[in-house]
Ligand binder design. Sequence first.
Ligand code: CO
Length: 134
Amino acid sequence: MIGRLNHVAIAVPDLRSGIETYASVLGAKASEPQSLPEHGVTVVFVELPNTKIELLEVLGDESPIAPFMERNPAGGIHHICYEVEDIKSARDKLVEKGARVLGDGEPKNGAHGKPVLFLHPKDFCGTLVELEQV
Ligand code: CO
């Protein structure tokens, strides 16, 4: 059902230092920071030949990544994103198999402007999973 790995998201305490690590140290191409108030994060995309790394920084008081940053002050892998062709059909199949969808269960527009859903980490090997319709 799942397709390609779309991105790995890493939450960081400081985006500038995250960009520095990926651009200057690792030699990857990083985008300009993009504030997404409706998602409570500022993001930077790092383009790799076969996938992307999404660096996330807390934005605002209601940021969904704030609790993660409290548990992981130095940052860490926050979620991985798999591509699906039809997000509602993927969701229905997963729910049938007992998986829990976070929030109200309806796809939202994600950081790439495409419909996304998040799946409960306890149902997926301890990893928060994002599905993105491509
Ligand atoms: Co993501």
